[in-house]
Design a binder for this molecule. Structure first.
Ligand SMILES: [Zn+2]
Length: 409
């Protein structure tokens, strides 16, 4: 006969026949509650394979961590039955209603920890829940994998892909997204095989490679050859965000070059003035505050080479403001000629980028694939990485990307 406490805990845990709580124990220090559950055998179990009648075979003692109870750690114990089918002989472990198969945590514990991990870094959640972060990662990975199984990529006609550095193990991960800013696939590496893995993933989730009309990417050699191999019919756009990133690097290179020249010539005061100005020089002109604007004006006035590179940056930005591809192409040709004629070393890389990917840059006019998606994805990855202290491997980074931005978790 069950006592009142046992009946109460049976209800707390939402248990029903054949499961019931047989004891609730509080340790002497009152820091831990241990709840024992049993199967009272009042249910006929049928074989999952053949539907035959089953009888008890043996029992296996198991323990699950449950959510804290009044700040006390709470654990559930049960000797779980292994059943044997009298018809086909199959031996199997009974599922328990409070936990997933193979997990050492109850469903409630898992649901609460996932809710926490959506809002805070995993290592903070682990301190809060008094659990190892490795354990929480396992819970989170399983949760996300299960949600991602439901992903449907049927009808996908375009995608974005970008790479990002990853600290441990694999040096890069590649992130694929759709035009609604949802991350649809994450894989290790940044070579052509990442695109092959994406194609496989796409086809496993109802999509078709031949439906892909437009792709927007950073024109790394790997993506380029992967796309030629797996999506030969797609129109590739070299993302504006990345083009301007290369341009920003040129502006900064010219600033550093000038700084070095000044120092070598002993003009230390002017060199120091130039030192902290990276930020204002890379900002878009229209976003500069009054004092920043006058700062930039004085740099451009006093340093001719930086002034030239800066105006080429602004001019390159204009490429995307033309109403049609033809005018933009003329503008870009003029930009190339002007840039080459300056003979400035800092421009070498961006000239190469524009020259080699001239058409892919202009494909924007037909694909309309927006800069915002790529920037959005980048900022998601950045925030995931900022919380990434304690990420053990690229799979955890992937899990976090899916959790934050797949729209499925
Ligand atoms: Zn059977």
């Amino acid at each position: 006969m069950l006592g009142n406490a046992e009946k109460l805990f049976t209800r707390f845990l939402h248990l029903s026949d054949p499961w019931e709580v047989t004891s609730v124990k509080l340790d002497d220090a009152e820091t831990r509650v241990d709840i024992r559950v049993r199967n009272n055998g009042r249910f006929q179990i049928c074989c999952p394979e053949c539907g035959g009648r089953c009888t008890g075979y043996d029992k296996k003692e198991r323990e699950w961590q449950h959510s804290d109870l009044f700040d006390m750690e709470c654990h559930i114990h049960c000797a779980v039955d292994r059943m044997k089918c009298s018809k086909c002989g199959k031996v199997f472990m009974l599922d328990v209603p409070w936990a997933e198969k193979g997990s050492g945590f109850t469903l409630l514990f898992e649901a609460r920890s996932i809710a926490l991990m959506k809002d805070m870094p995993v290592n903070s959640a682990s301190r809060f829940l008094n659990t190892k972060d490795k354990t929480l990662w396992r819970i989170l990975n399983r949760y996300v994998d299960k949600r991602m199984e439901k992903q449907c990529l049927k009808g996908l006609t375009c995608f974005y892909v970008d790479e990002t550095a990853c600290k441990r193990g694999h040096r890069y991960i590649s992130v694929f997204a759709d035009d609604e800013h949802r991350i649809i696939f994450v894989t290790y590496g940044n070579d052509a095989d990442t695109v092959s893995r994406f194609r496989r993933h796409l086809e496993e989730h109802g999509g078709r490679a031949e439906d892909i009309e437009y792709i927007c990417c950073d024109m790394g050699k790997g993506f380029q050859s992967g796309i030629e191999r797996e999506f030969p019919g797609a129109i590739v756009t070299y993302d504006r965000f990345h083009v301007m990133e290369h341009m920003s690097r040129a502006v900064d290179a010219s600033r550093r070059h000038e700084w070095n020249v000044l120092r070598e010539n002993g003009r230390l005061k002017e060199a120091t003035d130039l030192k902290g100005q990276r930020f204002v020089l890379l900002k878009n002109t229209e976003n500069l505050k009054g004092f920043q604007k006058s700062r930039v004006d004085s740099i451009l006035e006093n340093h001719k080479e930086i002034g030239i590179v800066y105006s080429l940056k602004e001019s390159l930005r204009d490429t995307w403001s033309f109403s049609n591809r033809y005018d933009a192409a003329n503008h870009l040709v003029a930009w190339l000629v002007a840039s080459i004629n300056t003979g400035i070393g800092a421009l070498r890389d961006i000239i190469k980028v524009v020259d080699n990917h001239f058409n892919e840059i202009l494909n924007w006019f037909s694909s309309g694939m927006t800069n915002g998606v790529m920037e959005g994805i980048n900022s998601v990855i950045q925030s995931v990485k900022n919380r990434a202290r304690g990420y053990r491997n690229w799979e955890n980074l992937r899990t976090m990307c899916y959790l934050r931005s797949s729209g499925l978790c």
